[in-house]
Design a protein around this ligand. Structure first.
Ligand code: DGY
Length: 413
């Protein structure tokens, strides 16, 4: 009990420590800017003790929304030479210097959870945010669908940078003309916990291509060799659309077209079911090939409102394999690496989304996922991610989203 109270306090302190005034950085050094989905999680964390601050977080994020509706994955409010690639490399065309890609659309879902905490305070904020959320979701519907599933156009977009799901599409990129650049991430954390140079050359090559095309979505659609229909994007957008519809109806706003979009996404989600793997999986939109990976994104189906017996079997299997689930990649795969970022580590934020979906269905594995996450934080602190085999801390420390997960869900008594 004492421990839990302590951790509550520590988590609040982390949010305050990483608060840069209206937006929160994920952690000092490694990520010194505002990240899209990190911020949405931060808002949920703040909502546990300061709803006004929670709304400010989302509002600052949406102040960077582009004219076409996209909400960028990084907003560079204040230049920081400790991060690469910075605003000059990206050449974003939005109202505030930013990257040119987006991130999983969880903001609508977090807005709904924040609104439910204090409806009187929240109504005005939600009314103002609603059309911006709608525009962002429409942007996905316009530019990112493949058979109704949502695609990523850069590995950073799914937030799961180096997952084995991208290995085949990444192998097709020839980055020989990428030029010299200096990575900053490995100056902050050990290289064994980060993507490799092979990955980075391709990440930067894709950024250079987007910049050359002025982030024009039509041109990117024609030229970009990396386009993968992804469970993270598909499930989070489907869920976000459901929440947007519910909030719009509650406030008596125009929700025309959202129901139809939900149907498209529901069908799209089913196209991600890989019958041989017996799991939701990523699918290369160019080649049609499966990634053949059970990842933690596969387990977001419940969060999206879709039940699956087959996915339950997979979840049971991976939870039985590692003590501190849910691993980001299948622990029985030869590509599993318990400490290398999205190739094995467990991430509190993904566990939260998975856990919320399971809880809403009264799924028998729901509490197991929450307790595993709670134990990780109790034993190893507010780390960016954790080794699922021994629960040890990995990546950046004093991490905003892990603190937010503790306050809003994992640390619940
Ligand atoms: C990074 O820099 O590692 C990020 O994941 C990019 O979003």
């Amino acid at each position: 009990m004492t421990k839990t109270i302590d951790l509550d306090e520590q988590a609040r302190d982390i949010l305050k420590m990483n608060d840069r005034g209206g937006y929160t950085i994920p952690t000092k050094g490694l990520y010194p800017y505002q990240w899209n989905w990190d911020s949405a999680f931060a808002a949920l964390g703040f909502a546990q003790f300061d709803c006004a601050r929670a709304w400010a977080e989302l509002e600052t994020l949406f102040s960077a929304q582009w004219a076409d509706g996209m909400v960028p994955h990084i907003v560079f409010h204040k230049a920081d030479p400790g991060y690469y690639p910075g605003p000059d490399v990206w050449g974003g065309t939005g109202p505030i210097p930013s990257s040119g890609i987006t991130q999983p659309p969880i903001a609508a879902t977090m807005a709904r959870l924040i609104f439910e905490k204090d409806q009187t305070l929240g109504e005005e904020h939600l009314r103002a945010l609603f059309p911006k959320l709608r525009r962002w979701h429409s942007w996905f519907m316009q530019w990112r669908l493949d058979r109704g599933a949502v695609c990523v156009t850069h590995p950073w977009e799914a937030g799961r940078d180096n997952t084995p799901e991208w290995d085949a599409p990444m192998a097709r990129i020839d980055p020989t003309d990428v030029g010299e650049y200096v990575r900053r991430d490995t100056q902050h954390v050990d290289g064994s916990m980060r993507p490799t140079k092979y990955d980075y050359d391709r990440y930067i090559w894709l950024v250079q291509m987007g910049r050359r095309l002025h982030w024009d979505q039509q041109k990117l659609l024609d030229e970009n060799p990396f386009r993968v229909a992804d469970p993270t994007m598909t499930f989070t957008l489907l869920r976000a659309q459901r929440d947007l519809l519910a909030m719009g109806q509650m406030l008596g706003l125009d929700v025309g077209g959202i129901t139809e979009e939900i149907e498209i996404l529901e069908q799209g989600a089913q196209t991600l079911w890989n019958p041989e793997l017996e799991s939701f999986d990523a699918r290369d939109a160019h080649s049609g090939e499966w990634a053949n990976c059970v990842s933690n994104a596969s387990f977001l189906c419940w969060y999206a409102g879709l039940d699956s017996e087959g996915q339950t079997k997979q979840l049971q299997r991976v939870l039985d394999k590692v003590q501190y689930g849910v691993p980001s990649h299948d622990p029985e795969s030869d590509k599993f690496d318990g400490r290398r970022y999205w190739r094995g580590p467990t991430w509190a934020v993904m566990n939260l989304l998975i856990g919320l979906g399971l809880e809403e269905r009264n799924h028998p594995l729901a509490e197991r996922v929450r307790i595993a996450t709670k134990t990780l934080i109790e034993e190893s602190g507010f780390s960016e991610y954790f080794d699922p085999t021994d629960g040890s801390a990995a990546g950046g420390q004093g991490f905003t989203w892990t603190a937010a997960v503790w306050l809003s869900w994992a640390g619940r008594t």
